[in-house]
Design a protein around this ligand. Structure first.
Ligand code: AMP
Length: 216
């Protein structure tokens, strides 16, 4: 199964992707995670990406397209993969299509996880991550037992630089302007499906699986 998860930042793509990995045994390819790892490791790529990420802007297409091309050519992607956070604009979607046609393995489904803007703001501004084990919390929806402390490992919780309010507004604007046109892009290619991304995570996952199973 070759799947693209579409939807605004904070809409739950990463959460659903993690559940899909467990169920279908295919990897998640999150360009955001790859870029954050490069930033944390202080590589040249990370240094270039950080300035864009901290402002809520997109990292240049050439950088992310190269990363994804390399990743989907790896052995563990032979059975399929879940793209999370890529493509982010039409140029990336076209580049992806071109690579996949070349591999003889086009996308099966683009799945939109649909969430209202006000919910997104709370999800994003409320997000806290453990410095030690990367466990995520939300101070509004799923707070830790003790403020600022990870339930799992006792690590310190922090707010990602790109989860600050001003950056979030910019990320949502960038989504509207550059990423949301992909909804039509995949509709025209007849592979778009959508689920409501608000409510219980397991219920949303059930709906996600029902769609994917109806395709296979
Ligand atoms: P995410 O965790 O997917 O919301 O990504 C966090 C940040 O990484 C974004 O705000 C962008 O700055 C950058 N990023 C992630 N994926 C892409 C992509 N496909 N194209 C350009 N920038 C990206």
């Amino acid at each position: 199964m070759r799947l693209v998860l579409l939807g605004a930042p904070g809409g739950g793509k990463g959460t659903q992707a993690k559940k899909l990995i467990d169920k279908y045994g295919i990897p998640q390819i999150s360009t955001g995670d790859i870029l954050r790892a490069a930033v944390a490791a202080g590589t040249p790529l990370g240094k270039e990406a950080k300035s864009y990420m901290d402002k809520g802007e997109l990292v240049p297409d050439s950088v992310v397209i190269g990363l994804v091309k390399e990743r989907i050519a790896q052995d563990d992607c032979k059975k399929g993969y879940i793209l999370d956070g890529f493509p982010r604009n039409t140029a990336q979607a076209e580049a992806l299509d071109k690579v996949l046609v070349g591999m003889g393995a086009p996308l099966d489904t683009a799945l939109l996880i649909d969430v209202d803007k006000d919910v997104l703001m709370k999800r994003l501004t409320g997000r806290r991550t453990c410095r030690n084990c990367q466990q995520m919390y939300n101070i509004y929806f799923s707070p830790p037992k003790k403020e600022g402390v990870c339930d799992k490992c006792g690590g310190e919780l922090f707010q990602r630089d790109d989860d600050k309010e001003e950056t979030i507004r910019r990320r949502l604007d960038v989504y509207d302007a550059q990423t949301s046109p992909l909804i039509n892009y995949y509709k025209e290619r007849r592979i778009l499906n959508s689920v409501q991304g608000v409510g219980n995570i397991d219920e949303i996952f059930k709906n996600v699986c029902a769609i994917l199973e109806s395709k296979s």
